[in-house]
Ligand binder design. Structure first.
Ligand code: FAD
Length: 380
């Protein structure tokens, strides 16, 4: 089914797909095995505007709409979920809050270098005692004469090992909840990066802890008004979830395509396994879930593009796309039988990569809370 009647969107899909197939695909299995971020591929992506997908052209970005953005993340993740993760986190929860809440001076200071990919962004909310509950943030920002002194440890930071600019959520000393967000450059004294995590999936993304020890930053690095931290975080995550939904969809699409071609090739009982009704049912279920996911995703993206509220829509898209990625990759392994459990085939990687889409940027349980809150606060 053609979901992109618009020529602009078809062109984005074609361009990103070609790049991903030619430049990324030959290296994906090796990068996953080595747990290595491909800096050399990121270098090739820089002049093509992957790091400034929705940044206005006047600031050096591609100026794409959100549907185009979702398509780009979907296509990148169809080949490499780890690179898709790098690009979506950088663009959505890295750059977007600066564009949405930054002063003109902050936007001009930080965004052009991020849009060009010279500086990679990261988003630092999670801590040992603050996962789903952002109110548990313990990193402090103590007021000083010239700015703030940040102390604390952030964990599971996507792009942690390659980041240059990070958004740090911190509480005022003695208060509760992330009162403020700070844009912190990695060159600031007191900022350091931990070991790269040894993860089940997304192994080519350098996820790590980040440490802030008496890390002093100037007043002009605080994003938004004092006390706006939670609002900035929630707004960033509404946008971020569109990217994670697109990533999950890309993984599901890849798994489906591999399963479909394997089912047509694999012979058992003197017949391709695609002739068996059970396998056909699996394929039909996979295709239907993927189509439904795509519709939810593009609806959320279209709502954002038209300036309408999209919080519940992006949560629904993320919830459904992530569930689809899980079930579709599971069925893809099943259709491949024992070979699906071997690293000889890509489906085992899709299976590992898919799981975390139900966890980060709000677990599936948290998405249901967001959706339910929306339903219960709507006027009847
Ligand atoms: C690969 C990876 C990359 C990540 N990247 C980032 C990043 O870039 N920046 C960042 O800040 N964080 C990042 N995270 C962290 C991620 O966002 C958190 O892991 C996630 O929000 C869940 O928090 P938690 O792990 O502490 O789980 P917990 O909050 O402890 O949850 C444990 C379980 O309890 C459930 N639960 C919790 N509260 C409720 C409730 N009220 N009702 C029902 N169920 C509930 C959860 O859904 C989950 O099933 C990343 C994580 C991973 C694995």
């Amino acid at each position: 089914m053609d979901f992109n009647p618009c020529y602009k969107h078809q062109l984005v899909r074609k361009t990103v797909r070609e790049f991903a197939e030619i430049e990324i695909k030959p290296h994906v299995a090796e990068l996953d095995k080595e747990g290595r971020f491909p800096g050399e591929i990121a270098e090739k992506m820089r002049p093509l505007n992957y790091f400034g997908l929705q940044v206005p052209k006047s600031l050096g970005g591609a100026g794409l709409d959100t549907i185009s953005y979702a398509i780009a993340i979907e296509e990148l993740s169809r080949v490499s979920a780890s690179l898709g993760l790098c690009v979506t986190v950088h663009n959505s929860v890295g750059i977007y809050p600066i564009l949405a809440f930054g002063t003109r001076e902050q936007i001009e200071r930080f965004v052009p270098d991020m849009a060009s990919g010279r500086h990679i962004g990261a988003f630092c909310l999670t801590e040992a005692n603050a996962g789903s509950d952002a109110g548990g943030v313990e990193t402090t920002a103590r007021k000083t004469e010239n700015g703030y002194m940040i102390n604390g440890t952030k964990i599971f930071v996507t792009n942690g090992g390659i980041c240059d600019i990070v958004l740090v959520f911190a509480v005022d000393e003695g208060e509760k909840g992330p009162a403020n967000v700070f844009v912190v450059e990695k060159t600031r004294p007191g900022f350091s990066v931990g070991e790269i995590e040894d993860l089940c999936g997304m192994r080519a993304n350098p996820v790590s802890s980040l440490f802030f020890e008496e890390c002093e930053i100037p007043e002009e690095n605080r994003l938004g008004k004092p006390g706006q931290g939670l609002k900035i975080g929630l707004t960033a995550l509404d946008t971020g979830r569109i990217g994670i939904a697109a990533q999950a969809l890309g993984i599901a699409q890849a798994a489906f395509e591999d399963a479909l071609s394997y089912a047509k090739e694999r012979q058992q009982f003197n017949s391709p396994i695609s002739r068996f009704q059970t396998i056909q049912n699996y394929l039909a279920d996979m295709a239907t879930s993927i189509d439904a996911s795509r519709l939810l995703l593009y609806r959320a993206a279209a709502a954002k593009d038209s300036g309408k509220p999209f919080s519940a829509e992006s949560s629904m898209a993320k919830l459904h796309c992530a569930a689809t990625a899980r079930t579709v990759t599971d069925l893809a392994v099943q259709i491949h039988g024992g070979y699906g459990y071997s690293k000889e085939y890509d489906v085992e990687r899709y299976f590992r990569d898919a799981k975390v889409t139900q966890i980060y940027e709000g677990t599936s349980e948290i998405q249901k809370m967001v959706i339910a809150r929306h339903l219960l606060t709507q006027p009847s």
